[in-house]
Design a protein around this ligand. Structure first.
Ligand code: SF4
Length: 387
């Protein structure tokens, strides 16, 4: 980060009187107009933590029903810690990024053992927990316990960048650290929880990535980006990670009664997972037999099935193509060719789960697996459902 950029960050600092007005106006706006969200009706750190994890990479409207079901089934840390992992994943199923659910439960187990089920009140203790970074720790501790820690995520960084007319890649390490210092300086020490939520709310509503509604903004008079007419162009675009194309083929076995089988989630911890690493792509959930392919998908899938499933070694498998399904996971653009394999009797596969094809989506499966199941369902209506 250049010296100029650091100086630009410092420009966001207001004098004492302006800072007082800035805080007062933003807090008053938040208290009057804030959205009524289920996790805002409580100060229970468990509920706030849950909502923060669910909201990562996911829209508020999509999170609400999941949050409500989760809280209903796991009303406290102990209930979550003691639940079967499969049930946790089932209630998470559809939200994506399943490592969040696993970390959530792992963390609940640590909190149950180490802190008697109470979320820690110290920042460093919270940071030591799996899946809790600085942003999440600051959000939970400020909202639940009134601790003076300022949040900084993409939304808040955008607001700060516009307020201070800060150019460049905000995620660049030194610039991000400087933004954190600015966020800390702005934090209202009297109401850190409301303050953090107000900054997030401004970023999520009026100061949205596209078309900021500056005319309605409670702090427009302090906004350098608006004054310079460059608010909408900030933050400047980051260099995108290049997309990796991944091509897969999957087999959906279906017997005469409409039953299929799914392979069990892999326990393999592969820290350097390749872009086409199957357990990574299916998020270590229940999945159809799937293989990465480079040439003819039917040929490679048949070979994979015969090599990896001993009961398929000598079976005559008719692979019926189901077209192509597209899916993306972060920087990976996946094209999957599913094949329907009709059999009189399902193969016996160790650890596999048999389930009606119609009910695959009720299991903890990835969105990729759901799409494959939908493609297979469209082609094979189970006889039991025909009448
Ligand atoms: S004036 Fe506009 S750009 Fe500036 S903080 Fe408010 S909404 Fe965002």
């Amino acid at each position: 980060m250049s010296r100029l950029a650091v100086r630009e960050c410092h420009r966001t600092m207001l004098n004492t009187r302006d800072l007082h007005t800035f805080r007062k106006q933003l807090l008053a706006w938040f208290r009057q107009f804030r959205r009524d969200l289920p996790w805002r009706r409580t100060r229970d750190p468990y509920h706030i933590w849950l909502s923060e994890i669910m909201l990562q990479q996911t829209r508020v409207a999509a999170v609400i029903p999941y949050y409500e079901r989760f809280v209903d089934r796991f009303p406290n840390v102990h209930a979550l810690a003691e639940a079967p992992e499969e049930e946790v994943l089932r209630l998470w199923s559809g939200l994506g990024y399943y490592s969040r659910a696993r970390n959530l439960q792992k963390t609940a187990q640590q909190i149950a053992v180490k802190y008697g089920g109470q979320f820690p009140t110290q920042f460093d203790e919270a940071l030591d927990l799996p899946g809790i970074g600085k942003y999440t720790a600051a959000a939970i501790l400020s909202i639940a316990h009134g601790r003076k820690h300022a949040v900084l995520d993409g939304n808040v960084a955008r607001v700060l960048a516009r307020l201070g007319a800060i150019r460049g890649d905000l995620r660049e390490s030194r610039r991000w650290q400087e933004l954190q210092r600015v966020a800390d300086a702005y934090l209202d020490p009297e109401s850190p929880g409301d303050w953090n939520q107000a900054m997030m709310e401004l970023g999520a509503t009026l100061c949205a990535p596209k078309s900021p509604q500056c005319l309605l903004c409670p702090v427009a008079q302090f906004c350098e980006g608006r004054k310079l007419g460059i608010a909408e162009s900030l933050p400047e675009k980051r260099k995108k990670r290049p997309t990796v194309e991944v091509t897969l083929a999957a087999a959906v076995f279906v017997d005469a009664g409409g039953l299929t089988f799914l392979l069990s989630p892999s326990r393999e911890e592969n820290k350097k997972a390749a872009a086409d690493h199957i357990p990574t792509l299916v998020s270590r959930m229940w999945h159809f037999p799937t293989v990465s392919v480079m040439g003819n998908p039917a040929v490679q899938l048949r070979r994979f099935l015969q090599d990896s499933l001993s009961s398929a070694k000598h079976a005559k498998l008719q692979l019926e193509p189901l077209g192509r399904v597209r899916h993306s996971v972060t920087y990976r653009a996946i094209t999957i060719s599913p094949f329907l394999v009709k059999v009189n009797r399902l193969l016996r596969v160790r650890g596999a789960k048999r389930v009606p094809l119609l009910e695959v989506s009720s299991l903890p499966v990835s969105n990729l697996t759901r799409k494959v199941a939908r493609a297979a369902l469209a082609a094979a209506t189970p006889p039991s459902k025909k009448c």
